[in-house]
Design a protein around this ligand. Structure first.
Ligand code: CTP
Ligand code: MG
Length: 237
């Protein structure tokens, strides 16, 4: 992708957040008094390379989220809010369907990674512009990983040095992501790059960020609150 089309970020925020426990949809839970999805949208819309942000939310939250984000509209990026689906894959598809025609690079980001820096989106978009079909941020693993069988017996231990824990935003040439989604028939792939791999595409890993971790369980919110508090303290010198 070398033509000068626009860069869009699809922010997937239509999940229920079951592993976080009872309460509002995860993307609307608060971190430092601000909903997770607002943190994610601020970071992505504030990234220098990002022109369009499409936020995908539960169907009954489209109106409220539009109002919430209208109050935010300080960045130059165009903001769209659309309804998602029952799976992450179907939600991303809803985001793809809403993209303006002149978008040629698409990033897909989890609202559940509220502290992923805008600079990470810029690095991913740049790698797509430089010629990669698909780009994912990734980090080396701290833990050793085991493969197990149905009875929890270990079947193998992959060499940790060859593994990366991958994050979002993940970036794609628009046509590559669209083709991968069109070809997908199940939810076996847990990220968009997985769909591209299954469709025969080549995926490049670039350096991830320690702050792009996913809020999945309650303890992740504790870490996120601590990271945010440190940022606020740094900002106030
Ligand atoms: N997501 C989505 N649409 C869905 C399911 C998930 O847009 N139908 C989004 C979530 O909002 C989240 C991201 O995909 O930002 C990553 O998913 P995950 O961490 O699994 O979030 P949830 O599905 O909300 O959480 P859980 O699986 O614990 O219910
Ligand atoms: Mg989920």
């Amino acid at each position: 992708v070398t033509a000068a089309g626009r860069v869009a970020v699809i922010v997937a925020a239509a999940g229920r957040g079951e592993r976080l426990g009872p309460g509002a949809p995860k993307a609307l839970r608060e971190l430092g008094g601000v909903p997770l999805l607002v943190h994610a949208v601020r970071a992505m819309a504030g990234a220098a390379s990002v022109d369009v942000v499409v936020v995908v939310v539960p169907a009954d939250e489209v109106g409220p989220v539009r109002i919430l984000l209208d109050a935010e509209a300080t960045s130059r990026a165009e903001l769209l809010v659309v309804a998602g689906g029952d799976s992450r894959r179907s939600s991303v598809r809803c985001g793809l369907a809403a993209l303006p025609v002149d978008v040629d690079v698409v990033l897909v980001h989890d609202a559940a990674r509220p502290l992923a820096p805008g600079a990470l989106a810029d690095a991913v978009a740049q790698a797509v512009r430089a010629g990669a079909d698909a780009v994912v941020p990734g980090l080396p693993l701290a833990d050793t990983v085991k493969a197990v069988d149905g009875a929890e017996f270990v079947t193998s231990t992959p060499d940790r040095a060859t593994l990366r824990a991958v994050q979002t935003p993940q970036g794609f040439a628009r046509s590559v992501l669209q083709a991968a989604h069109d070809a997908a028939t199940d939810d076996a792939a847990t990220d968009d790059a997985g769909l591209v791999e299954r469709n025969g595409g080549r995926v490049l890993v670039v350096a991830g960020s320690g702050e792009a971790f996913k809020v999945t369980r309650p303890i992740d919110l504790v870490l996120a609150e601590a990271v945010l508090a440190r940022r606020r303290a740094d900002a106030h010198g």
